[in-house]
Design a protein around this ligand. Structure first.
Ligand code: GLN
Length: 198
């Protein structure tokens, strides 16, 4: 399986290491042609304004949009912001594909970075240790968006909409690889069902 990791800025190397550890081939994506032949794509954390501006500069916005419209794509933190339809501002380029409203830097200055154990039923019973760094929050979800994890007070931090996945935290910064394994399993399952219907 070949998985692209958008490598414009941010924590892309960490994603690559985990993908390789799980037996997938990780490919750095910097140009539209890098998307060819990929089974899925991860948009890493970093600074969503920078990632958006660099994507625009390299002519990547439309190719990324076209890719993520049909292929499994997972955004972590800044990647979640970049995937969202609505961030309450039109001052930065977005792919605008996931039917969610996202609030950037939602935790303010006092606790802009923190770690906590999350209950993520799709990953099994053991809690998932989540690292939040100047993280966004999902403040509204549209039809067809499933919540995968929330903070104890109900604020949403992981969502899925068909083949699109988004997490407000950084699963690539811990040694728990279950979120990456889940993404790869979803890709495999999708490939099987589309092969079955062909
Ligand atoms: N605060 C960043 C943004 O708005 C996201 C932080 C992150 O990806 N860790 O893009």
């Amino acid at each position: 399986m070949k998985i692209g990791v958008l490598a414009l800025q941010g924590a892309f190397v960490e994603h690559e290491k985990i993908l390789n550890a799980l037996g997938a081939e990780a490919v750095q994506v910097r140009l539209p042609t890098d998307l060819e032949g990929l089974d899925g794509l991860i948009i890493p954390g970093g600074e969503s304004t920078t990632i958006g501006q660099l994507a625009a500069t390299f002519g990547l916005i439309e190719p990324l949009r076209a890719f993520a419209r049909s292929k499994p794509t997972w955004g972590t933190c800044a990647g979640m912001i970049f995937l969202a339809k609505d961030i309450g501002s039109d001052r930065q380029p977005l792919l605008g594909l996931m039917d969610v409203t996202v609030n950037r830097n939602a935790f303010g200055r006092q606790i802009d970075s923190f770690e906590t154990d999350l209950d993520v039923p799709k990953l099994g019973d053991a809690p998932f240790h989540a690292v939040f760094i100047r993280a966004p929050l999902v403040t509204a979800t549209g039809e067809g968006v499933e919540t995968l994890a929330s903070l104890p007070d109900g604020r949403i931090v992981a969502v899925e909409q068909g083949h699109l996945l988004a997490t407000a935290f950084h699963p690539e910064l811990t040694s728990d690889h279950r979120f990456h394994a889940y993404f790869l399993a979803q890709i495999r399952a999708g490939q099987k069902s589309s092969a079955g219907s062909a």
